[in-house]
Design a protein around this ligand. Structure first.
Ligand code: KPL
Length: 301
């Protein structure tokens, strides 16, 4: 298959390298460079690193692609889709993968004809420098359709599964998206505010706050049609905290490196949906405000 990966962040590079073992992968990046070289450091420390060379930013290659994977931050989706849409054939499936929720409406509006799919992944990657990407954790990926034509591309889940397992198809992608959003609401703001690794949240000091966050998120998820109780959600968050204990969350890294965060698509999205259902979420609202203040502070410097 001919694939174009839009976005050259850590997760995009990881998928690009893994998919390139079976497919022709081309990158579409913001710097407009004609090529991209990535050194992939595998998960197992004694496995060898591999160097992957990609062509990049060639409009005819984008047009010719059998599938597009848009792997950018949530707030970059609009610009990324605006940049690529004039080069796309209307039948080319487009997979969008980012943390959080809330880009679906704009994706439908900007690409009204293309088969649209969303993916959510718990695969973890980190970029120690400009050229390298380190695979730092294995996790489940879910793929599902956003529109009717997207449903015809179920087989893409097998391709993703082959490249970077485990990946499965989900008939209602909003469910795994909500589950991931719930985990991100619990872990990301706290690790960014307290500048700590995910594992630090297993400390008793954070237990009550995590319980309160999960209680609010469970109410909103239930109102959205995905019933879950607070204890189940807290257990899920605790499991991810343990499994990713050595990682710095993406929001922690964004705040540390003075980059904008995905807070509006994670906690912000929760707050918007809570309001629509008349549910108050004071603990999450306070966390949203704190992250906004940190972003502002970083901007002012
Ligand atoms: O998705 C993540 C993130 O950092 O954004 C978690 C699951 C919290 C892992 O770090």
């Amino acid at each position: 298959m001919k694939l174009t990966v839009v976005g050259a962040g850590a997760v995009g590079r990881l998928w690009g390298c893994k998919l390139s073992l079976q497919h022709d992968v081309h990158f579409w990046t913001r710097d407009n460079a004609p090529s991209l070289t990535v050194q992939l450091n595998p998960l197992a420390a004694n496995d060898k690193s591999t160097i992957c060379h990609f062509s990049a930013n060639q409009p005819p290659v984008l047009t010719d692609a059998d599938c597009i994977l848009v792997i950018v931050k949530a707030f970059q989706v609009t610009q990324a889709l605006k940049d690529i849409r004039r080069h796309l054939r209307p039948e080319t499936p487009v997979i969008i993968m980012h943390n959080g929720m809330g880009s679906q409406d704009i994706a439908r509006k900007l690409l009204p004809k293309n088969p649209l799919l969303y993916a959510t992944t718990a695969q973890a990657a980190f970029r120690p420098d400009e050229q390298q990407v380190s695979h730092t954790g294995i996790g489940q990926t879910w793929l599902g359709a956003l529109n009717t034509t997207g449903k015809k591309h179920k087989a893409l889940a097998d391709e993703l599964d082959y490249a970077l397992p485990p990946c499965q198809w989900h008939d209602d992608i909003a469910y795994p998206l909500w589950q991931k959003l719930a985990i991100n609401c619990a872990i990301n703001p706290l690790t960014a505010i307290h500048q700590c690794r995910n594992g630090e949240l297993a400390n008793q000091n954070y237990s009550q706050q995590l319980t309160d966050i999960c209680h609010e998120v469970a109410q909103v998820m239930t109102a959205e049609g995905y019933p879950i109780n607070s204890d189940e959600l807290k257990q899920l968050a605790d499991k991810v905290i343990k499994a990713t204990s050595q990682n710095f969350s993406s929001m922690n890294q964004d705040i540390c490196q003075h980059r904008p965060t995905e807070i509006d698509y994670i906690t912000g999205y929760l707050i918007v949906r809570a309001k629509a259902h008349g549910i108050t979420v004071p603990v999450n609202t306070r966390l949203w405000q704190q992250i906004k203040q940190l972003e502002q502070h970083n901007n002012d410097q």
